[in-house]
Design a binder for this molecule. Structure first.
Ligand SMILES: *Cc1c(COP(=O)(O)O)cnc(C)c1O
Length: 465
């Protein structure tokens, strides 16, 4: 091609991106593309498409972190190539993981935090699976030793997150989930004991129930199980789902006894990417003592060099989130976590007060530090008909980018629709005040234009968790 032929070479010089031929067509959606294209062009196409996602900082449905310090972003970049499972190749990342395990054991008052066992996971779901399997194994071992059958295991929980439904279904365990009742939305010791028998592999209280954000009474349940053991000889272990609460209660409700201070609590899971303040993709499971993790759950792997202990379900996994967890522990310490979370509780309280003042709503939970997570939820006042439902309210708030989920509670309170706001790191007081103003405008809008919608829960809350 002659160099002076300008029209021909136009295709090859750095065009203004959106005038380029790459971006003058629509991108393939279902067929595997045939040819390569310029990185810069494709970056623009993909980056632009991501604009259509909701703005995560305005997503008040999620429990997960949406704010990160620049140092966290830098560390994530530094760790791009570190595989958590290659403990021989990346011994320092492995060492950092081990330090986090011991620090968490210490935070949760393990009698021997330096010798406890545990691991990082991709989140609480994987961690719950590992904790659940250990309960099942330990129960099976005792049953076998006593010459008793192991074909009908059951698990007793309050209203749980879907990960426990998965655990029960994957491993053929009967889930005895305590249904909600009028005036009682979480487990009580009496309801737990009624469902326990010799086939119960464990009891799982949740520290921060997904639906209502409240802490279940771990200590009272442990004491009830102590009495149950005295009466029946049946010893039932507990695993606490501390997905949120595991990183809240130690800092903001230090007197609440829910952790390894209770000998019956054998394992705890938490989500590092929720109130652990780390980027998405890290959870933890810790056993009270090494003996509480059955040997069958530990795998030894020699093909990465060395003979490495592997507990997690996943094999390859990114290391950055774990490294950032360690960063957060060092950066914040107990005091920093307490201050960060306290700011969120204060904002939840502020929102509860303001939303109660709006008129049609009754606050169910107001973000009380001693009894739940920094969040708040409300329902429509009994007998109130403001011309809209909570689903309409959620839908209209979305026009300003706010994602505030409305959803029906699980069994037996499916009749009760509530709306919830999670106050996370970065949901500031100022942003919250803007949200309240937007809520007022939405209510005024519905006063002028009442709707009586037939939108279903599923349609209206496609973004709920
Ligand atoms: C979020 C959550 C889970 C699942 O945790 P992931 O980290 O998202 O896998 C389990 N239990 C409770 C109580 C939760 O809040």
């Amino acid at each position: 091609m002659p160099l002076h032929s300008k029209d021909d070479i136009r295709e090859f010089i750095d065009d203004e991106i959106y005038a380029s031929s790459d971006l003058s067509t629509t991108m393939p959606k279902f067929k595997f593309p045939q040819q390569e294209q310029a990185a810069q062009h494709i970056y623009s196409a993909v980056h632009d498409e991501l604009m259509l996602d909701g703005n995560s900082r305005q997503n008040l449905a999620t429990f997960c972190q949406t704010f990160a310090e620049p140092e966290v972003r830098q560390l994530m970049d530094d760790c791009m190539d570190k595989n958590m499972v290659d403990k021989d190749e990346y011994p320092q990342t492995a060492e950092i993981e081990a330090r986090c395990v011991h620090m968490l054991a210490d935070l949760w008052n393990s009698p021997e935090s330096a010798n406890t066992i545990g691991c990082s996971t991709t989140g609480s779901s994987e961690a719950a699976m590992l904790g659940g399997m250990a309960m099942k194994r330990a129960w099976e071992k005792r049953r076998k030793e006593a010459g008793k059958p192991i074909d009908r295991p059951n698990l007793v929980t309050g209203p749980v997150q879907v990960c426990w439904h998965k655990f029960a279904r994957y491993w053929d365990i009967e889930l005895r989930e305590i249904p909600m009742e009028e005036g009682r939305l979480i487990m009580t010791p009496e309801e737990v004991i009624q469902r326990c028998d010799e086939n119960t592999i464990g009891v799982v209280p949740t520290l921060g129930v997904t639906f209502t954000c409240q802490y279940e009474p771990v200590q009272a349940v442990a004491e009830a199980l102590d009495r149950f053991e005295e009466e029946t000889g049946i010893d039932i272990r507990m695993h606490v789902d501390g997905a949120s609460g595991g990183f809240l209660a130690p800092f903001c409700a230090p007197d609440l006894v829910w952790d390894f201070r209770l000998p019956r609590v054998k394992s705890i899971n938490t989500s590092g990417h929720k109130f652990g303040l780390s980027p998405l993709g890290v959870g933890w499971v810790i056993w009270r003592e090494e003996a509480d993790l059955p040997e069958e759950e530990i795998f030894w792997v020699n093909y990465l060099g060395g003979n490495m202990r592997d507990i997690a379900l996943n094999f390859s996994r990114p290391g950055g989130q774990v490294v950032c967890q360690y960063y957060n522990f060092l950066r914040l310490g107990r005091e920093g976590y307490r201050r960060t979370h306290t700011a969120c509780y204060d904002t939840a309280k502020y929102l509860a007060e303001e939303i109660a003042k709006l008129g049609p709503f009754e606050v169910i939970y107001d973000g009380d530090m001693a009894s739940g997570i920094p969040a708040m939820c409300w329902k429509m006042k009994a007998g109130e008909d403001p011309g809209f439902t909570l689903y309409d309210f959620a839908d209209r708030l979305r026009t300003r980018g706010w994602q505030v989920p409305a959803y029906a509670l699980p069994a037996n309170r499916e009749d009760l629709v509530i709306q919830r706001i999670l106050v996370r790191h970065g949901v500031s007081r100022d942003l919250s005040s803007i949200l309240v103003e937007d809520m007022k405008r939405v209510i005024e809008h519905f006063e002028k234009h009442p709707v009586h919608t037939t939108m279903t829960a599923a349609e209206a809350s496609g973004f709920s968790h």
